[in-house]
Every structure is written in C-alpha cells, then in structure tokens.
Ligand binder design. Structure first.
Ligand SMILES: *Cc1c(COP(=O)(O)O)cnc(C)c1O
Length: 470
C-alpha cells in the first residue's frame, strides 16, 4: 500500500497546477490549500479501501480534473444564485423578491460611495435616515408619517413595545397566527412585554367581544392579517373601520399587521381580498406594519406607516436603534418605491409585481418554447409535455388563490424525478423545481431573463444529454 501512498502528488504540485485556473483566480489561497488537503484525505481513504487499482492512477495528470472540480466546489461562496422554477413568486427560502433594476442601481451607488444617509444637505447638520423614504411612503399610502426598520417582525415588535409594554393588547383568536420562519404573534407579543388579551372564538369574533375586553389595562387593539391561511365557512372578523371607531371612542390606538405590504391593487386579475396599505390607512388605523420584500417587491424591510404622533414615539424608542435599517436596504427601498409613483412602471419594472401579473397566454408560449427545446435535447431520455397548472404568490399573500399558469412536465425515462430534483440542486447554478406525480415540473412564471437556457442546459446535463443539438 506504501507504493500507493508515495504516488500521491504533493500539495504544492497540485496548487501549482491549479495556479492558472480562472475559476479559482479570486479564491482565498488558504481555502484552496485546505480544500486540496481534504481532497487528498479522500484519496488516502480510497487507497485504504482498495478502490485505487494502480499507482499510475494517482499521477497528477489523472487526478487533476477531479481535484479541480472538488476545489472549485469547496471554495465557492456559500450564498449563491439559484434558478427558481417553482412558480412561487415570493419564495421565502429563495430570497423572496428580486429587485427591480432601478433598485439594484440605487444599492450599487449607496454601496460604493459616501451618501447623505444621516446628513441634511440643506443645513449641513445631522439628518435622519428615515426621511429618504418617508415622503414616498406617505404619498403611496396616504399616511401622515412613516419609518422603516429591519423587517416586519421588528416593526411589530417595535410597535407593541412602544405602545403596550406591560399592558394589554386585544387580538381576535382567529388572528393569532404563525407565519413561516417562526414568527408567532403571541410570542412576539411576549417578547415586547405586551400582554395578549385574546377575544372571540377561532372562527368568529364580534365587536362585543372587543368591547367586553376593554379595561383600564388596555393599551391597544390589534388586527393581524392572517397571511398564509384562510378560514372559510362560518366565520366573522370585525372590519378595521369598526375597530377604529371602537378604539377611538375609548382613546385606544388601533394597529394592524398587514403582513404582505401591498401598494398595488391586484383586483384586475381577481386577487381582490388583499387590502392595500392605502385602504387600511384610510380606514383610520393608527399604525400599519408590513414587509418590504413580499408583495411590495423590494428589499427585506419592515415598513411602518401611520399617525405622526405615534411614529414619533416609535422613533424615540431605544429599540429602534437596534432594529434600524441599513443604507443598502434603504437605497433599494427608495428605488422600488419610486417606481410605484407610476403604477404602470411598477407593473412593468418590479419583478415580483410583473410576475404576479403575467398572463397565462404568455406563460403558455414560454412553456411551449422550453418544452420544444427540451424535447430536441432529450430525445428518448424523457417525455416532455406542457400542461395547465397553478403558480403561487407566496410570502403569505393570497394563500387560497391560484395563479393560472402553464408548466413543462419532464417525465424521465430512467431516473426518478426526485433524483433529478436532487441533482439539479448540485449544479453550479442550482435549479429549484417542483416534483409532481414523479415528473419534474418547471413553471416559467419565476424564470428570469436568461434562466430558460440555464434550465434547458441543467436538465440536459442531469439526464445525460450534454451535447447540444443546435
Ligand atoms: C410575513 C409576515 C410577518 C413577518 O414579516 P417579515 O418581513 O418576514 O419579518 C409578520 N406578520 C405577517 C402577518 C406576515 O405575513
């Protein structure tokens, strides 16, 4: 066995051979060296197990392709681009919203130069980081004042901590929701120090339930958008207007966690139940919180709009400092919100909005084109068909609503669809797909510019049809 071990190339020889490798040009040297070491550990293990037939197989030239692939894989950045072929537009696991080009441009500019982040150019004095988006948010929602924090969970925490620490907040039992990723209203409430006062039954809550709960310890009435689920049948929620009338009659602020911040009216495509932020503000709700990266299509952020006096109190809370939004996010948010000033532009330029609004006919054409190309590439390796199906908005918006789409179904002749799905995740640019009835399902709705070719190439390589027929 010694002759095998002695045949293993030295680490430095391998490093020399990888010197000219373009894919490793930017990789930290220490990581490359460590990866080569780990590769050689693997080779030693193979020798011990008798898997290496001849010492000649350990010559540098023979090992080079493998070690190269191993090292490139080992040292690449951990946060990577993936292709989303799932049809879930706001996919929390895949980074929710893709930014509009205008927002990306704003981020780049804020990132590579100094800015007036907290500097008032009119006075030359210290300024506030919130002013850059406040006017836009007020314009777009009709609110008196606005501010932004790290995310919507932080926004809810800040609102409760500011308005209700040590006192009671009345919430309907039907709205004590858990949102994916462990955001639970009762738990957030506990963290904030506010005391949850549940009212009503799971399916029905009446104004009188709220009335009976109001007492000397009451600090606020809260309404929570149930986001990722819907109750059907014998159900009743009290509309925001009635809660506002009740709250204000008792001198109590009414707050609403809107979840998926919505600045756009989607009723034209039948997505009507989701209230826009403007509607909630118009109903008289004192503070509204929502996410920046769900339906709104911007960066991760928690947007708070409402009455000036309340927002002023939020800003003064020390917690705000810990939850504060960073400059890159702020730049992306301003870039996104500016597009909303012209709704047609928002529809065309904000990827999340544009993808929700995509019409089935366009999707059918795209699916048909992709299917044709896949058939050419795959031949007998798979059966490829186009079928009507549904996409999802995701991010807890419009949970019960299907977006009609057309998908490409790839039924592999030899492999299980699950195995194909797994291999697609192992590619340089991983492709995330759905699997249904043992077919790989590709929804064009969430494919970005250039992704179609990428998917085609990915499927072809996984199903062993590497060589292009063009
Ligand atoms: C998504 C959601 C949240 C959490 O928002 P993040 O921006 O993910 O922190 C809170 N409340 C509701 C109702 C939601 O839908």
């Amino acid at each position: 066995m010694g002759v095998f071990f002695r045949a293993i190339p030295a680490v430095d020889r391998i490093l020399n051979a990888l010197e000219a490798e373009a894919a490793l040009a930017d990789a930290p040297r220490a990581l490359v060296r460590e990866a080569v070491g780990r590769f050689l550990d693997l080779v030693r293990e193979e020798i011990r197990q008798g898997a290496v037939v001849s010492p000649a197989d350990l010559a540098l030239e023979r090992l080079l392709a493998r070690v190269r692939a191993f090292v490139i894989q080992a040292v690449r950045p951990k946060l990577r681009r993936v292709v989303n072929a799932t049809g879930v537009v706001v996919h929390t696991n895949l980074g929710r919203s893709v930014l509009a080009a205008e927002a990306v441009q704003a981020v780049v500019q804020a990132a590579q130069a100094y800015s007036n982040l907290e500097f008032d150019l009119a006075t030359g004095q210290r300024g506030s980081r919130y002013v850059h988006v406040e006017e836009l948010l007020c314009r777009l929602t009709g609110a008196e004042a606005a501010m932004v924090v790290n995310n919507n969970a932080a926004a809810v925490l800040l609102v409760l901590d500011t308005l209700a620490k040590g006192r009671e907040v009345i919430v309907s039992r039907g709205q004590l929701v858990e949102i994916g990723g462990s955001f639970r209203i009762p738990e957030v409430m506990k963290k904030s120090g506010a005391i949850l006062r549940e009212v009503g039954a799971t399916n029905r809550t009446h104004v009188r339930d709220y009335v009976e709960a109001i007492g000397p310890d009451t600090a606020a009435i809260m309404k929570v958008h149930t986001s990722n689920y819907r109750m059907l049948g014998f159900v009743k929620e009290v509309p925001a207007e009635e809660l506002v009338a009740l709250g204000h009659a008792h001198g109590l602020p009414v707050v609403e966690d809107l979840g998926s911040g919505n600045l756009m009216d989607f009723s034209a495509i039948g997505l009507g139940q989701e209230p826009t932020a403007r509607q909630v503000v118009a109903a008289g709700v004192d503070v509204v919180t929502m996410s920046g990266d769900k339906l709104l299509g911007g960066p991760q952020a928690g947007i708070i709009v409402g009455r000036a006096a309340v927002v002023e109190r939020l800003r003064k809370n020390q917690l705000t400092r810990a939850l504060r939004i960073d400059k890159l996010t702020l730049a992306a948010l301003e870039g996104t919100l500016r597009l909303y000033l012209d709704p047609e532009k928002a529809k065309a330029r904000i990827p999340t909005v544009a993808r929700i609004l995509m019409d089935p006919e366009t999707l059918r054409r795209q699916a048909t084109r992709l299917a044709r190309r896949l058939r050419q590439r795959l031949g007998a390796r798979a059966q490829v068909t186009v079928a009507p199906s549904v996409s999802r908005v995701g991010g807890g918006a419009f949970p019960e609503q299907d977006l009609p789409t057309f998908v490409v179904r790839v039924l592999p002749a030899k492999l299980r669809a699950d195995a194909v799905r797994q291999r697609l995740l192992g590619l340089d640019v991983p492709v995330v797909v759905r699997v249904e009835e043992d077919a790989v399902v590709l929804d064009p709705r969430t494919l970005l510019a250039g992704d179609e070719r990428c998917v085609e190439q990915a499927i072809a390589s996984v199903l062993g049809a590497e060589s292009s027929q063009e």
